[in-house]
Design a protein around this ligand. Sequence first.
Ligand SMILES: Nc1ncnc2c1ncn2[C@@H]1O[C@H](COP(=O)(O)OP(=O)(O)O)[C@@H](O)[C@H]1O
Ligand SMILES: [Mg+2]
Length: 378
Amino acid sequence: MVEQLLGRAGLFMEKLAEPFVGREEEARVIALGIITGEHVVLIGEPGTCKSALARRAADLINARFFKYLLTKFTEPDELFGPLDINALKQGRYVRITRNKLPEAEIAFIDEIFNANSAILNMFLTIMNERILYDGYSEIKVPLWSMIAASNNVPDEPELQALYDRFLYRHFVMPVSEDKWKELLDAIWDIERGLYQNPEPILSMDDIRRLNQLVFRVSLEPIKEKLLRLYAIFEDQGIHITDRRKGKALKAIAGSAILDGRLTAKEEDLYVLKHVAPRDQDEMSQVYAILLDEIRATEKHLKELAEIEANAREAKEYILHVTDFDPRLVDYLRSFEAVRERVRKMADETSDEIVRKRALDVLSEINELIDLIKQKFMM
Ligand SMILES: Nc1ncnc2c1ncn2[C@@H]1O[C@H](COP(=O)(O)OP(=O)(O)O)[C@@H](O)[C@H]1O
Ligand SMILES: [Mg+2]
């Protein structure tokens, strides 16, 4: 049962990315948004597949969809439905919401940051509270996820609240040069209709059940590391709003679910790449931090093992040196540098396992350096 459900989530991602070149990560972010019931914004230059991905996601989900391209001149009626004139005559303020955003479970809004102030306020409550409030009436709406697209990160202060509502922000990059040939073939296949009208894979029911699984994921194993990452981000000037700090847990749990696990692992923290950064520069910064920090224990132990192996190999060689050998000078220099590196690792790590191992390796290197110096005396 659960297995089947997880299988369908996997198939959804696979089918979503299928026609496109290098859009697996985008498919995963969209899937995360959908299983966690959160909003996703794709940001990138025109022609990078943003609309095509959203359109395909709509085809692969059996849900009530609403799609719209916003311009500066879009009126609230176009999104939320026109006012009912007959009701208005009787002094009642009612919108005819049929087939409009208030009836949608999944919405795709293109050029989202074109929202003018009237629309903006209605978006904020729809996205956060799932309530349509237009100054006169309040209607509960079934909106589950909004997928949005834009060419850039909004600078305007009045759009920041809207931007903060998107738990997932993904920067879509053009396809890299080594894949241009593949791109030509892929677009040709898309144009000739190879991928049209796919069978829906997920129903809203499936999505709700996946969402229940998300909340069953055990997050204890990663909480301490998450707090450490937040501290590093803040230190480096990457500020995450309190709302996002908490909601990131959903993203982490969602990532575990998409990998078929009910327990979060350090690797799931890579999802912060979509949650923590505000813009593309911060994205690179965050990603570098994540690469550094995630599974740091294993990485450090691996590095120490390599250092140790090199030191032992060098020792073998040095033990057999009988005459003055110019390589001794190189060895001395390089192992003095290595010693600094290992000493720093032992000093800076907050990880007892790494520290203990580093100290062991350090004493081996000290012995080696003494040995080299003895050989100089000969
Ligand atoms: N990575 C890609 N792989 C395959 N086709 C692509 C890719 N990027 C763009 N295309 C093609 O270009 C078309 C235009 O993309 P579109 O989704 O309209 O871009 P955007 O919404 O980002 O401006 C897509 O429908 C698709 O045919
Ligand atoms: Mg587009």
